[in-house]
Design a protein around this ligand. Structure first.
Ligand code: G3H
Length: 492
């Protein structure tokens, strides 16, 4: 069943759209005669600049310079609205999960996990806020001053999520931003838009007029005007550092803009001479290939001690060959179609570049593609001249670099543009101990004998250098979308 949505949510009203629409094709191809073709699954309205500006105006008016109903409401009251929304959201689970599978090709198990994890995140955020109500009578007293310490909102938040976690990554910014009293302009990702339709009604029924506005359309057409208006107080984007920098530049007073950003990463798996090779293989396969490697937290380069290179590569190739390819709803599937139509060309380009500079695809069928499927390619030996050494491939290629001294890896991390995570594999506790500080001073998370990942959500999630701005755990997100403020009383 195709979904053709002609409405977008602005100022608490679903507005009928009669203009331009964007057709959405699934990465799941269907047979048309002898040929395989992407399947049309629906369409969404393409907002004009004017429509987007109207939505911005509705968010600005609902905020009303901090005097609006929403920013002056107590946290406890706002929580009631979010709880109402979450109950309605839970009722959409089947529809949303189906759309995650069709729109971005995520397996059923992972789509369900994404949905459930998002609901858990919302309830955990609510729980952590229970003591933060502005009406609380908690005071700090010092030097004759009694102060009520609050968390106050920041204004209008422009919220943009990514295609790989269109629900979870969006809501881990949007929900804390809402609860803290900000008003929202939300643009769903280019791939992963239709799944937000069922939620649009839940937003409409749960929040006051203008508090949340959902705009659809072409980012390069509508976003510059929004940023250029100077009326966006917080930009939240999970995406690329290139786009984040462009958007920030469009804001006339960038020093007044708070940015909460989750960006690119080139996370390294480091297999030392003392590694448990079976464990390193198991963790690096899932770390690099879950959801076809399309996770900001994925392992995107593997450094292996030269003495272990052959054993690691042979075992790794075998483990890759055992992964099940299939459509998102097939049982036990882990490799699925890629949603970005241009991705396969880019992956082929990376492989051709590496081969021209002396590397080889080491596994059988590595890099073979058909329709939107791409069989993972294990590429070795990768060197500094190759794209795969520096660029975030965000897909199923595993570049492997041999090393003799772990200092080479540390220098790579020091010179790197990004700094999110590393995974280090070693059975030698003193080796691990000596590497923790040099590693954690380059990235924001060091995983010992395990793959890289985001959660649990109570842990800080951020990155160094061009990998992030701000931190997104539950308590950190609350801080990111508010300011600590005081109401102080002098006690005479
Ligand atoms: O793409 C980035 C996601 O936040 C990754 O989360 O490590 O749980 O897959 P994950």
């Amino acid at each position: 069943e195709e979904i053709h949505q002609k409405e977008y949510l602005s100022n608490g009203i679903m507005k009928q759209w009669n203009g331009d629409v964007h057709d959405v094709y699934s990465p799941v191809y269907i047979k048309k005669g002898e040929e395989l073709k992407p399947k049309l699954i629906g369409s969404y309205p393409v907002c004009t600049e004017k429509e987007a500006q109207e939505s911005l105006t509705s968010a600005v008016e609902a905020y009303n310079d901090g005097r609006g109903e929403w920013p002056t409401m107590s946290v406890a009251e706002r929580i009631k609205h979010v709880e109402q929304f979450t109950r309605k959201m839970i009722a959409t689970k089947d529809k949303v999960v189906k759309l995650i599978m069709w729109e971005i090709g995520k397996s059923h198990a992972d789509a369900v996990k994404e949905f459930d994890r998002t609901v858990e995140y919302i309830y955990a955020t609510i729980d952590s806020l229970k003591n933060l109500d502005r009406d609380s009578s908690k005071f700090e007293i010092a030097e004759g001053i009694a102060a009520q310490i609050r968390r106050s909102p920041l204004g209008v938040v422009l919220c943009m999520g990514p295609f790989n976690y269109p629900l979870n990554e969006t809501f881990t910014t949007l929900i804390p931003a809402l609860i803290m009293g900000n008003t929202i302009l939300f643009k769903p990702p280019k791939f992963g838009t239709l799944l937000h339709y069922p939620l649009q009604e839940a937003f409409q029924e749960s929040f006051p007029k203008g508090v949340i506005n959902v705009i659809y359309g072409r980012g390069n057409v509508i976003i510059p005007g929004l940023m250029g208006s100077g009326k966006i107080n917080v930009l939240t984007l999970i995406g690329s550092s290139k786009v984040a920098n462009e958007l920030k530049k469009q804001h006339p007073k960038v020093n007044r803009l708070r940015a909460v950003l989750g960006l690119d990463a080139k996370n390294a798996s480091i297999i030392t001479a003392n590694a448990d090779i079976d464990l390193a293989i198991k963790e690096t396969v899932t770390g690099s290939l879950s959801f076809n490697g399309q996770r900001c937290t994925a392992l995107k380069i593997v450094w292996v001690h030269r003495s272990n290179a052959d054993e690691f590569i042979n075992g790794f190739n075998k483990a890759v060959s055992e992964l099940k390819f299939g459509l998102p709803w097939e049982e036990g599937v882990s490799l699925t179609p890629l949603p970005e139509p241009y991705k396969i060309d880019y992956l082929n380009e990376c492989i051709a570049d590496a081969e021209a500079k002396g590397a080889k695809v080491m596994n059988e069928n590595g890099g073979v593609s058909k329709a939107s499927f791409f069989f993972p390619a294990v590429v070795y030996p990768v060197t500094a001249e190759m794209k795969l050494y520096h660029e975030e491939q965000f897909g199923p290629i595993i570049p492997i670099v041999p090393f003799d001294d772990v200092e080479e890896v540390i220098q790579y991390l020091i010179d790197a543009q990004f700094g999110q995570q590393v995974s280090i594999f070693s059975r030698d506790a003193s080796e691990v101990g000596s590497l923790i500080d040099p590693l954690v001073n380059q990235v924001s998370r060091v995983n010992i004998n395990s793959q890289s990942q985001r959660g649990p959500d109570i842990f800080p999630f951020t990155g160094r250098k061009d990998s992030a701005e701000g931190t997104l755990s539950i308590p950190d997100a609350i801080r990111s979308f508010s300011i600590r403020s005081l109401v102080a009383f002098k006690m005479n």
